[in-house]
Every structure is written in structure tokens, then in C-alpha cells.
Write a protein that binds this ligand. Sequence first.
Ligand code: ATR
Length: 289
Amino acid sequence: MKIDGKTRTCGLFGNPVEHTLSPVIHNTLARSMGHNLVYVPFRVEDQQVEQAVSAIRALHLAGVNVTVPHKSAVIPYLDEMDELAAKIGAVNTIVPTGEGRLKGYHTDMPGLYRAMRSEGIDVEGESVLILGAGGAARAVAMLCATHKAKEIYMLNRSPEKARAVADEVNGLFGKEVLIPMALSDFSSLPGKEYVAVQATSVGLYPNCDDVVLEAEEFYDLIKTGVDLIYNPETTRFMKLLKARGKRTMNGLKMLLYQGIIAYELWNACEVPGELAQEVLVRMKAELAQ
Ligand code: ATR
């Protein structure tokens, strides 16, 4: 990679940032698309979020991703917000729009949507189960509501948390799109062909044998299971579904496409499908190390 006086710099704000796969995504894209751009991780402490955002302007960075724990903390220091990012209340991509102005976007959910579509999974007209009621689960609920799922159940260990998310999301959409439920009540679900999205951190490496729900009958109700976790490659949630011949997908393609959408925003370009595949191969190789 040639770095010279015209090289544009993009980066990631987060803490920690040591294990991120984002440099693999963006540096592969830049190299393959012939853009003179580098992408580097920046560790940002909680009390320095404002200075870090100012540095985007001062250093003329070409674009920044934001990860845990700063996705909401950056918002007060931005000039504009994309509609979806404002609705979700989280920013994972900052785009300089000229004259020092910065706009916040949320590409995780569009990334998940593109990833699911690339696997032939849609939510439109489907009955959806979301496991969890944290930030990721809430964003998945908004995605499913936006893309016209037939019905959405949010199952959580603490039902009051699912209720709070449902109240908020139903308020935003002006109708009862999200139905909260305790995980332990799954047997009262009326259907048996659900698209299920596992949106908790349960089963994440190194706790690979954990799963939110052990009950075998639960997995019979699901036709397609998406786990937002990508490490391990096949979570216990996915194994339980695969054992029943159900279709599954992990979160690696979501990570890939949230990056691709960010890259497209920063560079006003479109990443071809074959290149997305090439980046995915590189991400898998990096994870295997
Ligand atoms: P996020 O990172 O998406 O914001 P979070 O706020 O950390 O996630 O929330 C984690 C989610 O995982 C919650 O839904 C949590 O359930 P509770 O609300 O009952 O705490 C869920 N979760 C965490 N550990 C769990 C476990 N062992 N069994 C079931 N659910 C669990």
C-alpha cells in the first residue's frame, strides 16, 4: 500500500479497539477499488469523545466508525443526524459533509438487512422473534418494523425490559408492532414458522456453550435463525437449529455490510458484490488466526 501526501485517513473510535475486523474490511476495499485511503483504529477514552469528534474536523479525516462504548456519546457533538440513526439513538458511522460539518449514520441495521437479503432471508410479511431487549435487540425491532414484518415478539429474560422497549418502539411507529414476552413463556407463542434473531451476547466466545433458552421445543417453532454473534462461527443457538435442519446465519455478514455501507457513504461509491465476497473471505481468514 502506497501512502503519500494525498492519502485520506478513516478510522474507528472505540475502547477497546485491538480486536476489530474493520481495518481488514476498509483497507481491502480501498486497495481493490484503487482509492488512496487508509483505515486505522483509534482508542478513545470516555472523557475524550468530544475532542475525538473535533479531531475529525481538525485533521480532515475522511470518515469514522464508532463502536462500543461511544455510539450514543458522539451524538451531541455532531451537526446532523440521519433519520434512522436519530430514531435508533446510536451512531456507528460519521460522515464529513463539507465545511467541517459532520453527519451521524447508523449502518448496523441496514447492514444486517443487506446481509439477510444476501442469504435470501427477508422479514417482510414474516413473524419474527427477537431474543433480548438491549440496544442491539431494540435496533433489530426497528428494522423489522420498518421492513413490515407481520408481527414481532421480543422475548427477554426480564420481561419488564422487553415491555419498556415495546412501549418505545410502538410509540415511534404509532401502532402495536412489538409484543413483549418473557423468555420462559415461549410456549404461548401462537405460530410455528418464526424468523428468530438472537440479539443477546449469550454464547459469545469464550462462553460458546451458553444459549438463552435450552428448551428443545422452542427450536421447533423457528424456521430461520440469525445470530448477531460471529465468534464462534456457529453458536450453540445455531447448532440447536441446524440439528433440526433449520436455516441459520451468523453475524459476520452484518459486520461486513455495515462496513461496506459506511465505505460507500465516505467515498460516494458502490461496492460490487464480488468484492464483498472477497472481503468476507479475508475477514474469515483473519478470524481464524
Ligand atoms: P446490547 O449490547 O445489545 O445493548 P445489553 O444491554 O448488554 O445488550 O443486553 C443484553 C441482553 O442480553 C439483555 O436482553 C439481557 O437480558 P436481561 O434484560 O434479562 O438482562 C440478555 N442476557 C444477558 N445474559 C443473559 C442470560 N444469561 N440469559 C438470558 N438473557 C441474557
